[in-house]
Design a protein around this ligand. Sequence first.
Ligand code: NAD
Length: 512
Amino acid sequence: MAIFERIENGGERRHYQVKSPVTLEPIGSFDAGTAADVRGAVERARKAQASWAGLGFEQRAEYLWRIVDVIVERQDELVDCVIAETGKPRNEAVSMEVMAPCMQISYYAKRASKFLKTIKRRPTGMMRFSKKIELHFQPLGVVGLITPWNGPIALAANPLAQALMAGNAVVHKPSEVTPLSAVLFEELTKAAGLPEHLYQVVQGDGETGAALIDAGVDKVSFTGSVATGRKVGEACGRNLIPVTLELGGKDAMIVCEDADLDRAADGAVRGSCFNTGHYCCGTERIYVPESVYDPFVDKVVALTKELKQDPDGDSDVGAVFWDQQMDIIESHMSDATERGARVLVGGRRNPDLKGYFYEPTVIVDVNHDMDIMKDETFGPIVAIQKVKDEAEAMALANDSKLGLSGNVWTQDLEKGAELGTQMQTGSVSVNDIAVTYGVAEAPFGGVKASGVGQVNGELGIRGYCHIHPVIVDTSSSSKGMGGYPYTIEAAKGMQGFVKRIFGNRFLRKLLV
Ligand code: NAD
C-alpha cells in the first residue's frame, strides 16, 4: 500500500492522498503545484523580497524570534503532525523537528548581523596606497528550497532562516511524502507575522520541484537523493543559477582496538537506528578489528534487543516513513543474507504492528559485494564487518562512491582526530555519531557523490548572498597610474619595478 498515492479527482492538478505509515489510514491530501503555480509564487516572492531586503538585520531578526515563539507555543501541534506523517518516536519528533529548528532559527537571528556585516579593508600590494574595498553581502533575491522527507521541518527551517536573514524570499517545495507538516510550518510563520509571500510552500511532486528550478529563482538549496541531485544540478546549470546539493551518504564507523567498547556499541546502535535510520549521516557500515570484534558485537546485540517499537509514538525506533523506503531496506537485507550475511537481531518487518515498522536489526558477515555495504539503505540496520586491523578498516571506509560523514571511536583523542583526517568524507566525528549538521560552526556538505557545496554557519549564510565588492580610489589624482598615453619608457619603468621588487624575495613578501 502506497503512503502517498495519485488519485484522479477530475481536477486540473495532480491530486495525491497521504496515509500515515503507522495506521496506514488517510491523513490528508494535496494538489501538486503546476509550473504556473510556482511561477506565480516566485513572482509574489520577488515583490515581497524587495521590501524585506530594505530592513536591517535587527528588524529581520525580530520576525525570526517571533517564529521561534510560535513554534514553542504550538509545538504539540507540530509534533503530532510530524508523527502522523512519519511515524517518528515522539522523542525524535521533538528533538529533530522542534528543538533543532528553534536552535537553527535563533542562531541565524542572533548572528547574521555579524556574519553579513559589510567588510571594509585596504587591498594588498601597491594598491593599498590608493584604494579601499568594501564587501557588501547583498541578497540574491528568491531562493528555491527543495527538501526531502526525513527531516521535514529541520531541513527546511535551517536554510530558510539563513536565506531570510540574508534578505531573500523563499519558495519551498517540500517532499510529497511529508507535505502536511510543511504547510503547518508555513502557517506558523504566518501566525508569527512574517510578511506575506516572503515564505511560500508549494506542495507537489518531482515535476513541481523541476518547475520551481525553471521558474526564475536566483538560487536553489536542494537536499535529497543523489539521483535527483544530478537532475537538479543539471537544471541549475542550464538556468545558470547557484545551487547547493546536500545528498545521500553511506557513513562508515571505525571502531579502533583501543575504543571504549560500551560507548562505541551505544554509538553504533544510535547512529544506525536514529530516525529509523533515515538520517543522511546515519551509520550505515561498521568496521571492527578482529581483536575486539566479539565483545563489540555482543554489546551491540544486547542493546539492540532492548529497543522498543510502539505505534503510539512511545518508541525507540519508529516506523519506516514510506513504502518505497521499506522496499529498499528489504531488498538490501535479502541481497545480504543470500550472499552469506547472518542476522543476529531483527531482520524483518515487525509482525505485531500494522504499519511500516522494520525491526531494529543487527547483521554481520557482510562485505563490499553486498548492496547493504555499497548503497544507502536508510533503515534501522546495524551492519558490522570484521576486519584485520584499523588500516583495513580505513581502506574499506574509503571504498565508497559516497562521502558524506563518518565516525571514529578510540580513547586516544589525538589518534582519532588524525584518523578522521584520513576519511574521504565531508566531515568526521570522533567518539560520537555524526553531528556536523547540528554544529553550525562546522561547514556541512559531502564529497564524492554526496554533494556539491557546503552549508551552515558563516560560510553557509554567505552562500545566500552575492558578495558585492565596491572599490573606491582614494588618491587625489589619477596621474601616474599607468593610464594613457602609453609610452615605451613607462613600460620599461614597470619592468624595472618587477625586477627590483619581485626579483627580491624579501621585498616580494613585504609588498603583497
Ligand atoms: P528525493 O531526491 O527523492 O527527493 C527530494 C526532493 O526533490 C523532494 O521534494 C522531491 O519531490 C524533489 N524532486 C524529485 N524530483 C525532482 C526534480 N527532477 N527536480 C526537482 N526536485 C525534484 O530524496 P528523498 O527520498 O526525499 O530524501 C532522501 C534522500 O535525501 C536520502 O538520500 C538522504 O541521504 C538525502 N538527505 C541528504 C541530506 C544532507 O544534508 N546531505 C539530508 C537529508 C536527506
